[in-house]
Design a protein around this ligand. Structure first.
Ligand code: ATP
Ligand code: MN
Length: 468
């Protein structure tokens, strides 16, 4: 007998699947649960295409006992049978099995996802298997949808996808936070006359590292193609064991010629709102699941962001609010301090109860490339702060004036010679321009309602962990 073509489970729950009712269908999937009595067994199958399981009804008498015994939680099977409307609550259709073929068994003694209700901490220990759970499959489908929406947003708005290098020789941004890349033999490092490591013998002939940001190269793109964005992995060797830091994370960095900081803020707000709207419209089932399991305010919080304008204020105004609040902070507040997450959360969660964009920070706490204001004290940086997450975006208008940029570089101890390629943007046809970086996993924390950044990337990288 000829085999029937496979239908993905997601398609069985679409309205157009009505046509298939009363016909034979085939599904290929993993067994989530098996229950029943001595006459009939019910299998819940999931193939990853949707959060929904398809129920398979198995008349025990019509199947080989040995085959049925080998169908356990975690096993992978191919089932052919009649698609019928389901009497069961919450399931529109189910399959009455005619044939079952086992692709792969899963030993009941050793398969770790046997029981329901494992903690997220336990599942992190078996990150290679956790996508088989409802929670993680939902999170990773949303991750995919957001990645797609990011490309769609920029493409539809005239931005070009720009690939900045992952290996870089410029380390001005992440002093001390970079992972070194080398082919030198660590056991026998070549030394020069001064006794220092001789990097001329290294693969690139100089010391290189993994990038902490694609921005500087992104600026070259903006100053030629007009509007570009990068979307790729970035690496930071900061020893931050927090629920909001990874040592390998994905960042989206748009960079635009002729954008001033106000245009930059408008873009950041419109972009985030677009992504959240996209999730609400396209990831309903997965969001509903996560909401029911972890966070009953999830979709309300997403809608709230759509319905309200982000509050915009300067760093100086924020310091005034924090000082006047009378609140006891662990880190005292005065003009010039770098805001800690307790300060950011106070502003966002207690004071404004809304996403906030802070601008015009003291130049001492921001990077050398930010445009200097006329007051001589502040720069046109902007951070977007979100409830529960804190900083989700960091960006700025860039300093387009060659002299000002060079003098700032010298102040912070960067040799302008080392960055000659970058300075060419200012040397030849300089223009006002701006950009920002959105941490992809921070966005996903907000959209999924998960509380630990290690749970929104398939294989998280953090201090003392590089498994899989
Ligand atoms: P934070 O103060 O939260 O450590 P940052 O100021 O170092 O962040 P930027 O250099 O401005 O971050 O990077 C831009 C964006 O990248 C941040 O707004 C954030 O969304 C994200 N990001 C930064 N560091 C990390 C990290 N270690 N893991 C995940 N996302 C990060
Ligand atoms: Mn920042």
């Amino acid at each position: 007998m000829e085999k029937i073509k496979r239908t993905e489970i997601v398609d069985l729950f679409k309205p157009c699947a009505k046509e298939l009712i009363g016909k034979d269908v085939c599904v290929k999937a993993w067994v989530r649960t098996k229950r029943g009595n001595k006459n009939v067994a019910f299998l819940a199958l999931n193939d990853g295409s949707t959060i929904k399981n398809i129920q398979i009804v198995v008349e025990i008498g019509s199947f080989d006992e040995d085959v049925l015994r080998r169908i356990t939680t975690g096993a992978c099977v191919r089932v052919e049978g009649l698609l019928v409307e389901s009497m069961g609550k919450g399931q529109s259709v189910e399959i009455q099995a005619r044939t079952i073929e086992i692709y792969g068994e899963a030993d009941t003694e050793t398969y770790p996802l046997q029981k329901k209700g494992h903690t997220l901490e336990f599942l992190r220990e078996i990150a290679h298997l956790r996508p088989r759970t409802n929670t993680f499959s939902a999170v990773f489908r949303i991750r995919h949808a957001m990645a797609y929406a990011i490309h769609k947003y920029f493409n539809d708005n005239g931005f070009f996808y720009w690939h900045s290098p992952l290996i870089t020789a410029s380390d001005c941004e992440g002093a001390g936070e970079m992972f070194q890349v080398t082919t030198l033999d660590m056991e026998q490092l070549p030394r020069n006359e001064e006794g220092k490591v001789d990097y001329t013998q290294d693969f690139y002939g100089k010391r290189t590292s993994l990038t902490v940001s694609g921005q500087l190269e992104g600026e070259l793109g903006a100053m030629s193609l007009g509007k570009i964005y990068t979307f790729g992995p970035t690496f930071r060797a900061e020893n931050s064991n927090t629920p909001r830091h990874l040592s390998e994370f994905w960042m989206i960095e748009p960079e635009m010629a002729f954008y001033e900081i106000e245009d930059n803020m408008d873009l950041a707000e419109d972009f985030i709102k677009y992504l959240i709207r996209y999730a609400l419209e396209n990831c309903q089932d997965d969001l509903e699941f996560l909401q029911s399991m972890y966070d009953k305010n999830l979709t309300d919080r997403l809608r709230f962001v759509l319905d309200n304008s982000f509050v915009r204020l300067t760093y100086t105004e924020a310091i005034d609010i924090l000082s006047a609040s009378g609140h006891k902070f662990e880190f005292p507040v005065h003009w010039g301090v770098d805001l800690q997450s307790e300060h950011e959360r106070f502003l966002v969660e207690h004071h404004f109860k809304s996403p906030v964009i802070l601008t015009d920070y003291p130049k001492e706490i921001k990077a050398f490339y930010m445009k200097q204001n006329d007051d001589g004290k502040t720069v046109r940086g902007m951070d977007v702060l979100f409830p529960l997450i804190g900083e989700i975006i960091g960006g700025s208008q860039r300093e387009e004036n060659m002299e000002k940029l060079v003098s700032r570089m010298k102040e912070v101890g960067i040799n302008p010679k080392d960055m000659d390629w970058y300075l060419d943007t200012r040397r030849f046809g300089s223009a006002p321009h701006s950009g920002f970086g959105l941490g992809f996993e921070r966005l996903l924390l907000f959209v999924t309602g998960m509380s630990n950044i290690r749970d929104v990337i398939p294989f998280p990288r953090y201090p003392k962990n590089a498994n899989y």
